[in-house]
Write a protein that binds this ligand. Structure first.
Ligand SMILES: Cc1cc2nc3c(=O)[nH]c(=O)nc-3n(C[C@H](O)[C@H](O)[C@H](O)COP(=O)(O)O)c2cc1C
Length: 301
């Protein structure tokens, strides 16, 4: 995750038994190199790097990932055909993020090893079709033969179990880790996440690049512009430069772009990342042994 997943969060997740993913999208190539090196020093466990495929420094990011011997890459926001072969030639496992079965099939055809089916609930950039995780995961699991990870709206072990029941073999968790001690997100943003309620996020900037945002002053400015029919150029102007940094990294809650998922409504504390992984796993196991809470089925009174 941009402005959240630096080496501290990533190594903490990997040390706790998850697979931490460095968010290269907010890093210059040399900053990415530094985070990879620090991550290697902080954990012996596997970790990955996410490379959004639409960034200007893309080829430099890719060279850094290969030179540093990273083993797993998560690609997103672009065409998997362009780079998957190149990664595979260098021995990397390639995971691609999709928002539809159609894109999942394209990722499989491009040679990706795994797909992340990311539903409409998710924080950050999102599909235009607005397909929810509940619908997308079984659809993608039916469409492809490679493993599927579910993303979007998962912050508890029971949600993780539900995703598995729907056909996922694992989950990608975003929003929950923004509200972690190790996330590089600004404390104001973390506080905003834990105070968010149902309905406080919405998919926005759909004409330009759909992204789920916390409803703040900047969000309202975009909404007003879209309502009066602003074109892509005007939206680009309003967005300007470094909005995401202003909000998520510098903590300006009015002027910044605050990317976060619907599941923020279920999160009420900033926890160490290792504790979050443990909670997910404990709740998951509790759910496995007692999957149906409804008393008719569970035999409780
Ligand atoms: C603050 C933030 C930044 C994100 N940045 C990226 C990114 O750079 N690349 C990417 O592929 N996904 C990004 N995502 C999406 C996450 O990787 C993940 O798929 C998503 O958060 C899962 O849904 P959830 O937020 O409901 O857990 C971001 C999400 C958040 C909340």
């Amino acid at each position: 995750m941009i402005w959240a997943s630096g080496w501290r969060l990533v190594s903490a997740v990997s040390n706790a038994g998850g697979l931490g993913i460095i968010g290269a999208g907010s890093m210059y190539p040399e900053v990415l190199r530094e985070h990879i090196q620090k991550c290697k020093a902080a954990t012996n466990q596997p970790f990955a790097v996410n490379i959004p495929l639409l960034y200007p420094d893309l080829d430099k990011h890719i060279q850094v990932v290969i030179e540093e011997g990273v083993k797993i890459v998560f690609t997103s926001a672009g065409n998997p055909k362009t780079w998957t072969n190149y990664f595979k030639q260098h021995g990397l496992t390639v995971v691609h993020v999709v928002s539809s079965s159609k894109f999942a099939l394209k990722a499989q055809e491009a040679g990706c090893d795994v797909v992340v089916a990311e539903g409409f609930e998710a924080g950050g950039h999102n599909g235009r079709e607005e397909t929810t995780t509940m619908v997308l995961v079984p659809a993608v699991a039916n469409a492809v033969s490679i493993p599927v990870l579910a993303a979007g709206g998962i912050a508890t072990g029971r949600q993780m179990l539900a995703a598995m029941v729907l056909g996922a073999e694992g989950v990608q968790v975003g929003t929950r880790f923004v509200a972690s001690e190790e996330a590089s997100s600004h404390i104001n943003f973390k506080q905003a996440v834990i105070h968010a309620a149902e309905g406080d996020t919405q998919l926005s900037i759909k004409k330009l690049t759909p992204v789920r945002l916390l409803k703040n002053k900047f969000f309202k400015q975009i909404q007003e512009a879209e309502a009066r029919g602003a074109d892509v150029e005007e939206l680009k102007q309003i967005l300007g430069r470094a909005r995401a940094r202003t909000g998520m990294h510098e903590g300006n809650l009015d002027e910044g772009e605050l990317e976060i998922g619907q599941v923020s409504a279920l999160i009420d504390g900033i926890l160490p990342a290792g504790q979050i992984v443990k909670n997910l796993w404990d709740e998951f196991l509790e759910g496995v042994s007692n999957p149906v809470k409804n008393s008719i089925f569970s035999g409780e009174d």
